[in-house]
Design a protein around this ligand. Structure first.
Ligand code: ATP
Ligand code: MG
Length: 146
């Protein structure tokens, strides 16, 4: 039914559930399984001067690469645990939803699987901003996993 499944993965529990579901579907359909990830590194803020002007410290390229590698290793391990191989990891440096949609277009995905929520703190909302944007912009079927 599906031939190319793309899972958007941020390392959260929701994304793990999405990956497990995507793995099961990929096995059932004998489909390729692709994964998109945009590393997110916390930016601590320093306060400068008597009036405490806040200035975020931008993460270095190395820190971003390192964060991405950790998440990719985690996803490989999780896929292995359910007997599934990820065909290709796509790691980007742009806006997560835009990057995922770009990858979906490039590989001609016929399904995008993602978590309903992610690493964000606003758990009360139904959908996170990334899953909302992907669902809104996708040209293929989308599945959000709890
Ligand atoms: P918000 O980020 O709006 O505060 P949230 O973190 O709870 O809310 P989303 O970020 O929308 O929710 O996450 C929902 C799903 O989107 C995740 O489970 C994951 O599938 C995907 N996603 C989120 N961030 C990324 C990312 N950086 N790279 C790849 N996929 C992502
Ligand atoms: Mg998020």
């Amino acid at each position: 039914m599906f031939t190319k499944i793309l899972v958007a993965y941020d390392g959260s529990d929701h994304a793990r559930n999405a990956l497990t579901t995507a793995c099961k579907l990929a096995k059932l359909c004998n489909a390729e399984l692709h994964l998109s990830h945009v590393p997110q590194v916390d930016t601590p803020t320093v306060f400068i001067g008597a009036y405490a002007d806040a200035m975020p410290i931008m993460p270095s390229d190395e820190e971003i690469d390192e964060a991405g590698e950790k998440i990719i290793a985690q996803s490989t391990k999780e896929a292995d645990a359910v007997g599934c191989k990820i065909t290709q990891h796509h790691v980007g440096r742009s806006v997560p939803a835009a990057f995922t949609l770009e990858v979906a277009d490039n590989i001609d995905a016929d399904l995008i699987v993602m978590g309903r929520r992610g690493l964000g703190m606003l758990g009360a909302l139904a959908l996170g901003s990334v899953s909302q944007s992907i669902t809104h912009g996708a040209k293929c079927a989308c599945m959000t996993v709890i």
